[in-house]
Ligand binder design. Structure first.
Ligand code: GTP
Length: 239
C-alpha cells in the first residue's frame, strides 16, 4: 500500500482507528442513529480534503450530495477557521448538490459528479444519506427487489468512480432494529447490497455525556470491533 495518500479527519483517535485516515478507491460508510455525528464527520472531511498533504488533506475539492437538507454552510465556516482556511474559499471548494429522488441521485453521480472529479479537482464524494431516498421511494416488500437493484446500480457507479479517479467516498446510513434471537440489535440499513458494496463499515453511537464512539463493523483490514471516541463541538469533530 505504499504511495497511498490518506485523507485525515484530523481527529487523532479516528485517524488512528482508520490506520492513518481514509484510503482512496474505497467506500466508507458511517452508520448510526440521528445525532451520532455522521453529518458532522462529512462536513469535517469536506474541509480537511482541502488541506495540503502535510496537514492531512489532499488539496482537493469535495462534492456533497445532500439528500436530507443536512448541509450547513455555518458549520463549514467554523471548521474552516479551525484549520486556518479562508471560510469563503472553503465553501467554494464544496460542491453541494441537493438531490430530490433516486433517479436524480443516479443522474447527478453519473454526470455532475464525474464532471467535477474530472474538471474541478474533486477528491472527496459524500452521499448524506445513501438510503433515505430509496426507502422513501420504494416502499413495501413488493418493491424491495427493485429498490436493492437500484441501490446496487448507484453503488457500483460510486465504486468505479472511486477506483478510476482515485477519490475518497463517504456514505452515511441509517440504522434499523433487527431481531437477533430474543433481542433487537441496531444494524445499518440497506441489506446485503449495501453491506457488500461498502469497503469499510463504521458504526457510530452515543456514549456517556457528549462522547460518541466509532466502531469497526466490517472491513477487510481494520480490526472488527476496534473503536475510537470523539466529541462534537463548536469547532467540528474533535478528540
Ligand atoms: P442526523 O443527520 O440528524 O441523522 O444525525 P447525524 O448522525 O448526522 O448527526 P450530526 O452529524 O448532525 O450530529 C449531531 C450532533 O452534532 C448533535 O449532538 C449536535 O448537538 C452536534 N452539533 C451540530 N452542530 C453543532 C454545533 O455547531 N456546535 C456544537 N457544539 N454541536 C453541534
Amino acid at each position: 500500500f505504499e504511495g497511498i495518500i490518506r485523507l485525515r479527519t484530523n481527529v487523532r483517535a479516528i485517524d488512528d482507528l482508520l490506520q492513518g485516515g481514509l484510503e482512496p478507491k474505497a467506500i466508507y460508510e458511517f452508520a448510526g442513529e440521528f445525532g451520532t455525528g455522521k453529518t458532522q464527520l462529512c462536513h469535517q472531511l469536506s474541509v480537511t480534503v482541502q488541506l495540503s498533504q502535510d496537514k492531512g488533506g489532499v488539496g482537493g475539492a469535495a462534492v456533497y450530495l445532500d439528500t436530507e437538507e443536512a448541509f450547513s454552510p455555518n458549520r463549514i465556516v467554523n471548521i474552516a477557521q479551525r484549520f486556518d482556511l479562508d471560510p469563503n474559499e472553503a465553501l467554494d471548494n464544496i460542491y453541494v448538490i441537493k438531490v430530490i429522488n433516486a433517479a436524480d441521485l443516479e443522474d447527478r453521480i453519473k454526470f455532475d459528479v464525474v464532471k467535477l472529479v474530472e474538471q474541478a479537482n474533486a477528491k472527496l464524494i459524500v452521499v448524506d444519506s445513501i438510503i433515505a431516498l430509496y426507502r422513501a421511494e420504494f416502499k413495501g416488500r413488493e418493491r424491495l427487489a427493485e429498490r436493492q437493484q437500484r441501490l446496487n446500480y448507484i453503488l457500483d457507479w460510486l465504486m468505479r468512480i472511486a477506483k478510476v479517479y482515485n477519490v475518497y467516498v463517504v456514505l452515511t446510513n441509517q440504522v434499523l432494529d433487527v431481531p437477533m434471537g430474543y433481542i433487537e440489535v441496531k444494524r445499518p440499513a440497506g441489506g446485503n447490497v449495501l453491506a457488500h458494496a461498502v469497503t469499510h463499515r463504521l458504526f457510530l453511537k452515543k456514549s456517556k455525556e457528549d462522547i460518541k464512539v466509532m466502531e469497526v463493523l466490517d472491513s477487510p483490514r481494520l480490526p472488527f470491533k476496534a473503536s475510537a471516541m470523539f466529541r462534537i463541538t463548536d469547532k467540528g469533530v474533535e478528540d
